[in-house]
Design a binder for this molecule. Structure first.
Ligand code: TXA
Ligand code: MG
Length: 354
């Protein structure tokens, strides 16, 4: 299959005629059952018609993703929520008022019209109203309901640049909309509103502190904060090894000087054993490290920077064929909770505490 590529200028308040036409054509592709990858404020998504079971099946196929892992339905108007959800609790409207459009997904009871192929057979549905102007326009032209997982091959880091979508999806889908680099870089926060108190199933840019300030109290899925938890995560997707680079990754926690000494020692031993070694450091610690490839993920002073760079850094290690990767760890507070969650998954939960 030939994959068409169209470009939209990033950070441009208005679409020009050609961009508008391109997005209209992309919407038609989705309406006819095709697949289009597009930018959102979190990561690139792989969109199909959420109400067409064949589209959802095609999404699973293109990603190589197990079909018990449900998809998020993206909308572009708050009122469209009522078309796919059977009951909208008060708390959902409060959350929507504060965080929509934006990087937050709500789990709600599913309306009968939503095909089981889209929800992995569950009786709940995940809904997100993204803020990215390209995403919103495309959803509108697609008929209002776009199922979209992250646009990576299953198991790989989510794409934050169109280049990585091309790498994973060229030849597998109908079209890719290149809208430049995404702003946030980690997938949306997922909040389950079918339980009391509401529970965070995946941490993201909207933090637990922010949700608590609106709802009073939220729980967090135990599997997110405790890597050794034996429970099965409630978001089916969170049980898979995910976000992972091809190399074997280990996270090291402790006092910065000790961490650097430990990582350098391990990397040196790995290098002698024939591995190509990589290290993820920060502006503050970069010069302490020595390996084949040392990458800076951002400054410890700026968590949003680290979130935006993380998946690209993991992909760059793949590009450079690094086989053994070490990373510093980050504080589990605020946005740091989402950063650590993705790092731990990328590392298959290999964490060394010094
Ligand atoms: O930021 C995002 O959310 C991106 C962009 C493209 O919008 N999308 C995304 O989709 O990350 P995906 O498919 O990669 O992750 C969706 C997660 C999976 O872990 C899935 O198991 C969970 O949402 N999920 C979907 N529906 C659910 C449901 N009804 N109950 C519990 N978890 C659900
Ligand atoms: Mg994903």
């Amino acid at each position: 299959m030939e994959t068409k590529l169209i470009k939209i200028r990033p950070d441009c308040p208005e679409f020009d005629r050609e961009e508008e036409d391109g997005l209209r054509r992309a919407g038609d592709v989705i309406r006819r059952g095709g697949l289009v990858a597009f930018p959102t404020e979190t990561v690139y998504g792989l969109g199909g018609d959420a109400l067409n079971p064949r589209s959802s099946r095609r999404i699973y196929q293109a990603k190589g993703r197990p079909s018990d892992n449900p998809l998020i339905i993206h909308i572009c108007r708050l009122e469209d929520l009522y078309g796919i959800v059977s009951r909208v609790p008060e708390a959902a409207l409060k959350i929507a008022g504060m965080f929509w459009p934006g990087p937050l997904t709500m789990i709600l009871p599913k309306a009968p019209g939503v095909p089981p192929e889209t929800t992995g057979g569950l009786d709940t549905v995940a809904v997100r109203f993204p803020s990215h102007p390209v995403a919103r326009k495309l959803i509108e032209y697609s008929g209002g309901y776009v199922a979209a997982p992250s646009a990576n091959l299953s198991g790989k880091p989510s794409p934050t640049l169109a280049r990585y979508v091309v790498e994973d999806m060229a030849g597998r889908i109908d079209m890719i909309v290149d809208g430049g680099e995404v702003g946030i870089g980690l997938e949306s926060t997922i909040l389950d509103l079918t339980v009391e108190p509401p529970r965070i199933l995946r941490p993201g840019y909207v933090t637990q502190e922010m949700l608590d300030s609106v709802l009073g109290r939220t729980d967090i899925d135990a599997t997110i904060i405790d890597p050794d938890s034996r429970q099965i995560p409630k978001a089916p997707g969170m049980k898979y090894r995910h976000y992972a680079p091809a190399g074997r990754m280990v996270i090291v926690e402790g006092e910065p000087g000790q961490v650097a000494a430990y990582i350098n020692r391990q990397a040196e031993a790995d290098r002698k054993a024939g591995e190509k070694t990589g290290i993820i450091g920060t502006t503050e610690t970069l010069e302490l490290y020595c390996a084949d490839v040392v990458k800076c993920v951002g400054s410890r002073e700026n968590q949003a920077d680290i979130a935006r760079r993380l998946f690209a850094v993991l992909r760059e290690f793949d590009d450079e064929k690094v086989t053994s990767i070490y990373s510093e760890s980050f504080s589990g507070r605020g946005l740091g909770q989402a950063i650590m969650n993705r790092l731990l998954k990328a590392a298959g939960n290999r964490l060394v505490k010094l």
